[in-house]
Design a protein around this ligand. Structure first.
Ligand SMILES: Cc1ncc(CN)c(N)n1
Length: 231
C-alpha cells in the first residue's frame, strides 16, 4: 500500500499528482480524524479549561523537545545551504516565539516546577517522542522530511479550520496564531515541495520506509490528541 509501485499507480491518470497528497490519502482515516479533532474546536471555542490547556501544553512540550532535536538532524542532513537556511529559520522561530508561548503558558497557569522538570508523560507522548528520536538517529533526509511534513501540515490544517471565539484567552489565541499565519503556510508548502522532490531520488526500500514513517507519524498524531483530550 505504500510502495513506489502503489504511488505510481495512484499517480497514473491524475493531472499534476503530488506525492504528499498521496501520502496524506493513504494515511486516512487518521489524517482527517486529527485535523477535525474535537480538542482543537474546544480550544478555539473557549471550551477548554485553563488547567486542561496547560495539561495539553505540558504533554506537547514533551513532543517539542525531541522535535527540535529532529529539526537539528534535518539541518545536518540537508543536501544544500538553501535547505539549511529555511530549516534554520524555522528552528529560530521554534526556539524563540514558540518556546516563549510554552513558558508563559506554564507561568500563567501555575504549572509546577515538578511538572515542568519531570513531567508525567502519557504513553502516547512517550511513543511520539520515541518516533521522533528514532527518525533522527536512523532516518535519512527524506524520512525526516516526512515526519516534519506530517506534524506541521496537520497543525496548519486544524489551525486554518477552527473558528475562534471573541474573548479567547490570549495564550490560547497565540497557540492558534503560531500555526495560522502566512510564514507558517509558506514553510509547510516548502516542506511538501522538498519531500516531493527528495522522494524521487530514493531507492524502492528507502521510499517504502519514508512512506511508512509518514503513516506512522499520522497515527501517532491521532493517538496523542485522543490521549490529551479531556474526558
Ligand atoms: C503533537 C504535535 N504535533 C505537531 C505540532 C506542531 N509543531 C505540535 N506542536 N504538537
Amino acid at each position: 500500500m505504500t510502495t513506489r509501485t502503489d504511488w505510481n499507480t495512484w499517480a497514473e491518470g491524475r493531472d499534476a499528482a503530488r506525492l504528499t497528497d498521496w501520502l496524506r490519502e493513504v494515511s486516512e482515516p487518521d489524517w482527517s480524524a486529527t485535523v477535525v479533532h474535537p480538542l482543537f474546536d474546544a480550544l478555539a471555542e473557549g471550551r477548554l479549561s485553563e488547567g486542561d490547556f496547560a495539561g495539553y501544553m505540558v504533554q506537547d512540550y514533551g513532543f517539542v523537545d525531541p522535535f527540535t532535536a529532529l529539526l537539528g538532524h534535518a539541518i545536518g542532513q540537508a543536501p544544500s545551504m538553501d535547505d539549511r537556511v529555511v530549516l534554520g529559520q524555522f528552528m529560530g522561530m521554534l526556539t524563540s516565539d514558540e518556546n516563549s508561548t510554552f513558558q508563559r503558558t506554564f507561568d500563567a497557569f501555575d504549572v509546577s516546577a515538578a511538572q515542568r522538570e519531570t513531567p508525567d508523560y502519557l504513553p502516547e507522548t512517550l511513543a511520539f517522542r520515541e518516533l521522533l528520536h528514532d527518525t533522527g538517529q536512523g532516518g535519512g533526509y527524506a524520512e525526516i522530511l516526512a515526519v516534519l511534513v506530517v506534524t506541521e501540515w496537520i497543525y496548519l490544517e486544524w489551525a486554518l479550520r477552527v473558528t475562534r471565539v471573541d474573548g479567547l484567552h490570549p495564550l490560547m489565541g497565540e497557540w492558534i496564531d503560531l500555526h495560522d499565519n502566512h510564514a507558517f503556510q509558506e514553510f509547510v508548502g516548502w516542506l511538501r515541495r522538498r519531500l516531493d522532490e527528495e522522494a524521487e531520488r530514493l531507492d524502492d526500500a528507502a521510499f517504502a520506509r519514508m512512506a511508512e514513517r509518514f503513516r506512522e507519524t499520522v497515527a501517532r498524531e491521532r493517538a496523542f490528541h485522543d490521549a490529551v483530550m479531556p474526558r
